[in-house]
Design a protein around this ligand. Structure first.
Ligand code: PGA
Length: 242
């Protein structure tokens, strides 16, 4: 599974050019999902273009609100996302946790409602540098994974994104990623026996120089790519060659 997370980047023109280029060069392998998460304002355009040029790239959203009905100015509910053909949604990204003060309770509600609406959550977890340095990583992950109740574990994708690696150019070492991914998998298996096939993807400064080594680990089931996914050639190469 290779995911492009554009964050708050792009323009109409860039979406059009990116889809044009990626659809001409990508070699989709049905066993390796390809997911594109543009900003919500480009979902409609993206859905239209993908229908025409590359139906096998799946659409994901970076943002939604946890209620279906609420007098919420500026809100987007998950049903609206399915109107645009979204199949995936990013939940609990550290940038959202920080900027929108998303607690475990809010995230737990978001995970439940996403699944009820047939969206597959890409649930992000990860420690800050301070927490890593204080040897708190596993406790933090344990706490963050508490937002996942046992009956929905197997309906989610987990993204391990150490906060200190996001957008910094400093990715985690493969041995460290392996240790953490196997820890996450153990925690999830302890929650439910149906967690055996859950995908744990890595995100944080993935680029053309490091994707191969990270993805080659059998603990890594995919990549969540931010900055480097904006370039269509880079994203296509990472997808095709991983
Ligand atoms: P990055 O972002 O690849 O730019 O570090 C990853 C993410 O935030 O999902």
């Amino acid at each position: 599974m290779i995911i492009a997370n554009w964050k708050m980047n792009g323009s109409k023109e860039l979406v059009i050019k990116w889809i044009d280029s990626v659809s001409q060069n990508i070699q989709i392998n049905k066993k390796k999902e390809c997911i594109f998460c543009p900003p919500n304002c480009y979902l409609d355009l993206t859905q239209t273009l993908l229908k025409d040029k590359c139906k096998d790239i799946k659409l994901g959203s970076q943002l939604f609100d946890s209620e279906l009905l609420a007098p919420l100015t500026g809100g987007t509910n998950p049903k609206m996302l399915t109107d645009f053909g979204c199949k995936f949604v990013i939940v609990g990204h550290s940038e959202q946790r920080i900027h929108h003060a998303e607690s475990n309770q809010i995230l737990s509600n978001k995970l439940e409602i996403a699944i009820e609406t047939s969206l597959k959550p890409i649930f992000c977890v990860g420690e800050s540098l301070q927490q890593k340095e204080a040897n708190q990583t596993k406790n933090i992950l344990l706490d963050q994974l508490n937002a996942l109740s046992s009956n929905i574990v197997d309906k989610c994708v987990i993204a391990y994104e150490p906060v200190w690696a996001i957008g910094t150019g400093e990715h985690a070492e493969t041995s460290y990623i392996e240790e953490i991914h196997s820890f996450i998998k153990e925690i999830l298996k302890a929650k439910t026996s149906s967690a055996n096939n859950i995908s744990v993807v890595y995100g944080g400064s993935v680029n053309l120089d490091n994707y191969r080594e990270i993805y080659s680990s059998n603990q890594v089931d995919g990549l969540l790519i931010g900055g480097a996914s904006l370039d269509s050639n880079t994203f296509t190469k990472i997808y095709n060659m991983s």
